[in-house]
Design a protein around this ligand. Structure first.
Ligand code: BJW
Length: 267
């Protein structure tokens, strides 16, 4: 990370000057909490699941073919979510939201995430746009009625809804439309945004992968924070290579130093 201290400084200056910031996050942000990403070999692989390709489980076709397998996979995923804690990257984004919104206005910061794990909220982020839904709400395939995870009983797989359907997670699978409200909030945030940060996403899944280009076309500076190079690395105004659990806290710390304000105490 020492290698990118100069770039952190540059981006910190942009954060001090920005009127409205959008941060897009992906699975890499939760990797340091212990949740596996999609397109990495998992360091935390469970033998049961190592024989399946996650990409082949995140589709409506997979659920229709084998609802038991897909339900078990999401059941396993949410038990993992419950076992882990937000990491310093999540906390830094919560802190950045508090700092920017107190300094400017509630509209000065929007966190748009592709993650379904709820770790941003647990890490202190208040306004989170969940582009790919959430694993913490499930719905009946027949009626569409939603239930919090706590009200779904997983004693049998797949889970019968009691209304002639099955319960499925309220997440967005390939080929499904993203939630309209999340898309509208994202578009409004991009309209006013003058600084866009893409963090821990491979930038391969649409439409999220195109948001950086939309922001750029609307005049925003663009930044990527990622452990590895991605299709957008050569096209952003600044690329900060490294893990988000280190880069984000360093960036927020430096931004506050440059702005000359003391850190806001955690609430
Ligand atoms: C670190 C790190 C550390 C690791 N620090 N970094 C246009 C062109 C081509 C195709 C399409 C198109 N438009 C739509 C499509 C089809 C499709 C698509 O994009 N396909 C591509 C694969 C080609 N898109 C869709 O189908 C979308 N729907 C749609 O567009 O519908 C249209 C429609 C309209 C109206 C009616 C009907 C339909 C839906 C996409 C849904 C994606 N769903 C999933 C599953 C969600 C539930 C779940 O979690 O199980 O979302 S797939 C999966 O990928 C998940 C993720 O949110 C998403 C993105 O992954 P992400 O977050 O980028 O993770 P990784 O693993 O890919 O990358 C991690 C990164 O972190 C890596 O870069 C690492 O290096 C890095 N990293 N550790 C920093 N510590």
């Amino acid at each position: 990370m020492a290698d990118c201290a100069g770039e952190i400084d540059r981006v910190a200056r942009w954060l001090c000057e920005a009127k409205s910031v959008v941060v897009l996050t992906g699975a890499g942000v939760s990797a340091e909490s212990g949740l596996a990403t999609f397109r990495d070999p998992s360091e935390h692989g469970d033998a049961l699941w190592s024989k399946y390709d996650p990409m082949e489980l995140a589709t409506i076709g997979a659920f229709e073919r084998d609802p038991e397998l897909v339900t078990r996979w999401y059941h396993w995923r949410f038990t993992k979510c419950a076992e882990v804690e937000p990491n310093p990257g999540h906390h830094a984004l919560g802190e950045l939201e508090r700092w920017l919104t107190q300094r400017r206005s509630p509209e000065a910061f929007t966190l748009v995430t592709q993650n379904i794990d709820g770790l941003h909220q647990r890490g202190g982020s208040r306004r989170v746009v969940e582009l790919h839904g959430t694993i913490h709400t499930w719905r009946c395939t027949k009626t569409g009625r939603e239930r919090p995870l706590a009200d779904v009983s997983f004693d049998r797989f797949p889970v019968a809804s009691g209304h002639g359907g099955m319960m499925r997670p309220c997440v967005v699978w390939f080929g499904e439309a993203l939630p309209e409200e999340a898309l509208a909030l994202t578009d409004a945030a991009l309209e006013r945004c003058d600084l866009f940060l893409s963090v821990g996403t491979s930038s391969t899944v649409q439409p999220a992968a195109s948001l950086v280009e939309v922001a750029r076309q609307r005049g925003a500076k663009t930044v990527e924070i990622n452990r590895d190079a991605t299709p957008i690395t050569d096209h952003v105004d600044a690329a900060l290579p490294g893990v988000s659990g280190e880069i984000l806290p360093a960036l927020v710390r430096r931004t506050k130093e440059l702005a000359g304000t003391p850190p806001i105490a955690d609430t």
